[in-house]
Design a protein around this ligand. Structure first.
Ligand code: NDP
Ligand code: HSE
Length: 437
């Protein structure tokens, strides 16, 4: 057997993900040592309650409630506790002590990523967080390293599995929003606070991380435009199906040029239409996928499990192996990159296509009035379909208007003008159409 040196690994948290990471570190010790060139020795696991039942059986002597002490003796600290504090302070303490840090904590990286990256850079430590976006799917390393020589133009992600599950049930099985949500909840797919999923907060955290890495720019989480799925109705799902689209909650990071010529980025989360021909339309159930468009590489898609203890542990261990190899080889960690420092543009600057559903008076001249309002705001219709209004109200019709690419601010002004016009009895839905131009 090779006489490997030891690297001391401290694990903070032993829940769904941490317990699987601990098991794999212990069970695959010899193989990991051969891959790394050093033995990954788990020196302790910090938890709140040493006697709490665990998903896997682990040596009791590894457990401690003294996380602060544990991190000081480690070469690599794996943080899988979740939340902001004490995770943030423990990571800073670990970095100050010279340790590399691996975390899956999307909330922490979204809120404090730049602070932690700067602390790591100052001491040459490595900060890695592959598991923070889309669970098992390798996407952080591909963006940071594999595509480092390319120019990314757009990232479209289905990065929240529970909302994808809900929308997929509504689309494929005709569930109401309430029924789909109940099933997702019964299956344990939703966060303890489901608003994090259904109102798009979880996806916004991931959008921040993706946008920051893809565009070498700090994108604060509160600069991400966020709309959840709670407003998505069965009528919208049906209209989408009729037009050859599917509704997905998308996290979008995009390079943009504002109306005044400012080069910037947009980060946003909302339920959007995509063509059923688009690869993201085939992402069903609770699965995640990230679709990347780059100038040289073209279109790439990364697909897989966005959550799950074992699946996420795979991404965590990949980061641990990478950090451990650096210890063996020597040299500083790869620093974070925010050199481009682009402006983070507001939602009004986004250019995309739209589908607008209107209830209108069914009488002569109505179409001309609506066409005039669109033209006044510089919005061009690509298609118009008329049917009898869904509620069957006499004398009204439903119009579904698909637009060519328009500026969000212009579209919003158009919708206001439509709402205010007497021929329009209601604006039933406004959805963006993504993945096409
Ligand atoms: P769990 O809630 O299952 O586990 C959290 C663990 O952290 C528990 O063992 C808990 O201890 C411990 N812990 C919490 N607070 C403290 C504290 N103050 N001091 C010491 N220990 C503490 O979380 P998950 O495993 O699901 O998630 C871990 C991280 O991974 C999170 O950041 C999450 O966002 C991220 N992640 C999770 C995914 C998943 O599928 N679960 C997917 C992608 C990322 P005790 O057991 O004693 O209560
Ligand atoms: N709540 C998240 C989801 C868990 O539904 O995808 C993984 O981050």
């Amino acid at each position: 057997m090779n006489d490997y040196r030891d690297l001391r690994i401290a694990l903070l948290g032993c829940g769904s993900v941490g317990s699987q990471v601990a098991r794999l570190l212990l069970e695959q010790g010899d193989e990991l040592a051969a891959r790394v060139g050093a033995r990954l020795r788990l020196i302790g696991i910090a938890v709140r309650d040493i006697d709490a039942p665990r998903d896997v059986e682990l040596p009791r002597e590894l457990f401690t409630t003294d996380a602060e002490r544990l991190v000081l003796g480690a070469d690599i600290v794996i943080e899988l506790m979740g939340g902001i504090e004490p995770a943030r302070s423990l990571i800073l303490r670990a970095i100050e002590g010279g340790a590399d840090v691996v975390t899956g904590n999307k909330a922490l990286i979204a809120e404090h990523g730049p602070e932690l990256a700067e602390a790591a850079e100052q001491v040459g430590a490595q900060l890695s967080y592959e598991a923070a976006v889309a669970g098992a799917i390798p996407i952080i390393r591909p963006l940071r390293e594999s595509l480092a020589g390319d120019h990314i133009t757009r990232v479209l992600g289905i990065v929240n599995g529970s909302t994808n599950y809900i929308l997929d049930r509504m689309d494929r099985f005709g569930d109401s929003a309430e029924d789909a949500m109940r099933v997702a909840s019964e299956l344990g797919y939703l966060e303890a606070d489901p608003t994090l999923d259904v109102e798009g907060y979880d996806a916004a955290q991931k959008a921040t991380i993706l946008a920051s890495i893809a565009f070498h720019t700090e994108v604060p989480v509160d600069a991400v435009h966020r709309e959840g799925i709670t407003g998505v109705t069965s009528a919208q799902i049906e209209a989408a199906q009729h037009a050859g689209y599917v509704i997905k909650l998308l996290a979008i990071a995009e390079r943009l040029v504002a109306a005044d010529g400012t080069a910037g980025v947009s980060a946003r989360v909302y339920p959007a239409l995509i063509s059923r021909e688009h690869p993201l339309a085939a992402v069903h159930g609770g699965k995640n996928a990230v679709f990347v468009e780059a100038e040289a590489a073209g279109e790439l898609m990364f697909y897989g499990a966005g959550a799950g203890g074992l699946e996420t542990a795979s991404a965590v261990l990949g980061d641990v192996v990478s950090a451990a190899r650096r210890h063996v080889i020597g040299g500083p960690g790869v620093p974070g990159s925010s050199h481009a420092d682009l402006a983070v543009l507001p939602i009004g600057e986004v250019n995309t296509r739209y589908q607008v559903m209107l209830d209108v008076r069914d009488e002569p001249g109505v179409l001309a009035t609506i066409a005039g309002l669109l033209a006044q705001h510089g919005v061009s219709a690509a298609s118009v379909e008329q049917s009898v209004a869904a509620d069957g109200e006499a004398g009204t019709a439903r119009l579904v208007i698909g637009t060519h690419t328009a500026r969000e601010a212009d579209l919003a002004a158009t919708v206001e003008a439509l709402r205010a016009n007497a021929v329009v009895t209601g604006v039933a839905s406004v959805l963006r159409l993504e993945g096409a131009r």
